[in-house]
Every structure is written in C-alpha cells, then in structure tokens.
Design a protein around this ligand. Structure first.
Ligand code: UN1
Length: 498
C-alpha cells in the first residue's frame, strides 16, 4: 500500500474535506505509486487561507532577524536531508539523482541567502527638498500569498518563492504541482520542524483547476506567484487583474544557443547537450533552438549528433542514467505531436523522434533525444515551447542574422552565445531580448543570487531570485518625517524659492 499524505493547515496535518485523492506516480515506472495525496477543493483552500490570514499579523511583527533564525534552521535541515529528498524528487518527477541533488541545493542556497536578508531588507534614505524633514522608504509585507508551483524543480521553485515570502513577513499557502507533491511536503515538514509558527505556512494539494482556482479567486489572498506555462499564466494574470491582486508570473521560454564560427566547438557541443537534454529538456530555460553559423554547421552538427546518440536513457535513480523520463503521458504525447509537426514543416529529423521503450523503459514515459536540422523561424517548432528533449538546429550566415533569429520568438527567458570575439560578446549582451544571457555556457543553470525571469511572454516583468525577488514579496512605503514644527508644502514651497 502506498503511503497516504495530508494537507498542512494551521500547524496540523489534515485530510481534505473532499475526501478525494490522487496518486503521485513515478514517471520511470507508472506502476509505482510514490504516494496518495488529497485532491483538495475550495473548502480546504478556504481553511488554509483563513489560517494564513490569522497568522499574518503576528508574523509580520516578528523582527525579520528572528524570522531569519527559523529559515537558517530550515536551511540546515534541508542540507542534512538533501540526499533523501533528492531520491523522493527523482522518484516522483524522474530527473536523474545528480540533478535532484542540485535542485535541493538550490533550495539550500536560497534559504541561506534569504535568511541573510533578515538583517538587510534595505530601504533607502534620501534628502528632503525641504528643511527639517526626513525621507525614507521601507518594505511592507503584502499579506497572504498564494504560491502555485510546477513539478520540474519540485524543491528549488517552491524555495525560490517561500523563503523570500517568509523573510518579508508574509504568510503562505503553497499549492504544489500534482505531478510532484511529495517534495513540497518534505519542504513544509522541514519548515515545521524548524519552528515556523502555526498558520504561517500552509500546504494544500490538488489540481490547478480546483485547488489552484480556489486559491486564485480567494479574496483574502493578496498575491499570487506562479511558475508554469505562458498559456496558464495569461489566465492567472487575467483573474488577478480583475481583483487587483498582486501577481508574479514566471513563464515559458524558447531559449536558443548561438554558435559562432569562431567558437570552441567542443565546448559548444557540451553546452548544447546539457542545455537541450538536461532535465529531459523540461526546463523553462532549456535550449530548444541551436542557431549555428554556416561556417561551423557541419562540424558542430556531426559532433552534436554523435554525442547525443551516446546519451543513456533510463530511471533517474540508476547511476548509469544520463537522461530520465518525461513527466507524464499527456506531455509524452504533446512532445511527439510536435515532432510530427516538425516533420510536416520540412525540418530534417537527424535522430530520435520516437518513444523510447527499450527494456525497463517500457514501464515509463520515455522519449528519445530528438534533433531536427534545417530549421527556420517560420516553423512552429521554432516558435512554440515543447518542454521535452527536442532541439532544432537553425543555420545562419552572420552574427547579425543570428541575433535576428534569436529574437524572432514571443519568448525571452534565457539565451546563450558561444564566441571568442569580445565585440560580438558585448553586442549579444546588448541586443538579445532575454532576461538571461550566458556567454560560452548553456542556457540552463541560473544562480540563486542573480535575478531570474524573462522578457516578452516569458513573464510579466517581475524577477525571482536575487535581491529583486524582494520586490515581489514586499510593497514599498515612502515615509516623510517633518520636524520643522510648521506646515511645509512640497513643490509649493520649493516653487517659490526657485
Ligand atoms: C524552470 O525551469 O522553471 O537555471 C527554472 C535553471 C534552473 C531553473 C529552471 N535553475 O535552468
């Protein structure tokens, strides 16, 4: 019998009011149930939001350095449990153990960095235009925040949201993806163990349509932070907009790596393999286009395909696996349908393009690393996010054309350029429309103390991670203290003087 899990509301582990459940399945072996989770509804969300609303005032008044102490404890516990949580994450969402350990490490790094903010959370002081008047800006928490997370970074992404939310003094309702609920459960359990007061952090499992929608529509939720597809992001933004709920959206990408004719080709091949097939291509930062100068197209393509053929596909728990499964059946089908589209559009299939069902892999959702050549910006596979191990090689004649092609999608999350030319490097930094640009390194692998997010349809203008994330989870208050003992009028008094 698979273990039954619960929601965490007001400091207690509780079953859902709906009584319904869903199975958390191992995508490497669909007969394996990692756990059974509550399929929560509006009533459960309401209880969680009410608990968060009641806990908010006391938490916001707890000094930030004291809030930080709890986060430091959680960071230590995460570090201690890193290997165990990584195994759970691999079992429920498939990526290889080295990657899930990295995922937990990203959570640890974020906890450590954000706990440090407990003694910063800087505002500004600035001179007044009037005499005997003092001006400053300070951060205020937003209130109850609803966090809706994806499955592909089941520890890192909830951590990116939960630690900054807490250090800023907000209370939280977390709705993890139903494809990876166990990792979030571990994270919340750690926060409980670290001494988080009851009601400050609440966890509600369930589907996006039911639990997610209830969270989104709840009048006492002041902010929604969502990571997922642009399609869902637009719907969320619309609902939040109607109620003037604060809303931060971190959405998809159609990320590309440019390979110039002066690049170190072996290094560019290493980067492309990791960018396109790491995490089975299931990252919002994954490389799905390779924009290659014609001068090195043949050499790059041959080396890339040769190396991609050596990728060992299998269960992420096995040390011999390089690439794990795709998350679920509908995603597997979606990837394959894009491969069919690519073929019809005239892209040349160099390898892959089919379900991988060798040996044990027939038990799960596996897809071959797939490489298309002869890509053109007019193709759908050059424009739409596939979220799987599929990459399109797009030949170009010049650096200028490469920049045009890289900017030819509606997305603008991550980008990469392989070149040794300093002038091209700086031109790329200035002209690529993306929130992240890597030089001589692949499109994936952001560090937690730099801002993360994208331009165009990759988001709605916010940045997670770095110190910039604090602007999502706090609002600014401008403070003016007049010690002149008389009425002073900004602008009106100064207008007379100038
Ligand atoms: C995502 O897929 O939503 O830089 C985020 C990276 C990861 C984050 C991916 N740290 O690729």
């Amino acid at each position: 019998m698979a273990e039954m899990f619960k929601n965490f509301i007001n400091g207690e582990w509780v079953t859902s009011k709906t009584g319904a459940t869903f199975n958390d399945i191992n995508p490497a072996d669909k007969s394996e149930i990692v756990g059974v989770f509550p399929k929560s509804g509006a009533e459960d969300i309401n209880m969680a939001v009410e608990a968060a609303a009641s806990a908010f005032d006391k938490w916001r008044k707890t000094p930030a350095p004291a809030r930080a102490e709890i986060i430091y404890k959680a960071e230590k516990l995460l570090r201690k449990k890193k290997d165990d949580i990584a195994k759970i994450a691999t079992a429920e969402m498939g990526k290889i153990l080295d990657e899930t350990k990295g995922d937990v490490q990203e959570g640890i790094d974020t906890a450590f960095y954000m706990a440090g903010e407990g003694r910063r959370l800087f505002g500004d002081t600035t001179p007044s235009e009037l005499k005997n008047k003092f001006c400053m800006s300070i951060r205020m928490p937003v209130g109850v925040v609803g966090l809706i997370c994806p499955w592909n970074f089941p520890v890192a992404i909830p951590s990116w949201k939960i630690f900054p939310a807490l250090i800023c003094g907000n209370s939280v309702v977390l709705k993890p993806a139903s494809d990876a609920p166990a990792s979030s459960m571990e994270l919340v359990q750690i926060l409980q163990e670290a001494g988080m007061p009851k009601g400050v952090v609440n966890l509600v499992h369930g589907s996006g349509e039911e639990a997610g929608m209830a969270l989104l529509n709840h009048p006492k939720v002041n902010l929604i932070s969502f990571t997922g597809s642009a399609e869902v992001g637009k719907r969320i933004g619309e609902i939040c907009g109607k109620n003037l709920k604060r809303c931060s959206l971190e959405l998809g990408g159609k990320n590309a790596q440019i390979v110039m004719d002066d690049a170190n080709i072996d290094l560019a091949v290493d980067g492309a393999l990791w960018g396109a097939f790491g995490t089975t291509g299931q990252r919002c930062t994954a490389t799905s286009r390779l924009i290659v100068h014609k001068g090195v197209l043949k050499e790059f393509t041959e080396k890339f395909v040769e190396r991609a053929k050596k990728i060992r596909i299998g269960n992420g728990l096995s040390p011999d696996t390089d690439m794990g499964p795709v998350i679920n059946e509908s995603q597997l089908k979606k990837i394959h349908s894009y491969v069919e589209i690519g073929k019809k559009e005239g892209a040349k299939l160099l390898m892959g393009g089919y379900f991988y069902e060798e040996g044990e892999c027939k038990k799960g959702f596996f897809y071959m690393p797939t490489i298309f050549a002869d890509g053109h910006p007019s193709m759908r596979i050059a424009q739409e996010e596939i979220f799987g191990p599929v990459v399109l090689i797009m030949p170009v004649n010049s650096f200028e054309e490469a920049i045009e092609v890289i900017n030819s999608t509606n997305y603008g999350l991550s980008s990469s350029v392989y070149t040794k030319d300093i002038n091209r490097t700086f031109k790329a930094i200035s002209d690529i429309q993306a929130g992240i640009t890597y030089i001589n390194s692949p499109t994936i692998g952001a560090e937690t103390h730099l801002p993360f997010g994208g331009m165009k349809n990759s988001g709605n203008g916010h940045r997670e991670a770095g110190k910039e994330v604090l602007n999502i989870f706090s609002e600014w208050k401008a403070v003016y203290i007049d010690y002149s003992k008389r009425l002073q009028k900004a602008q009106i008094d100064t207008a007379k003087e100038h």
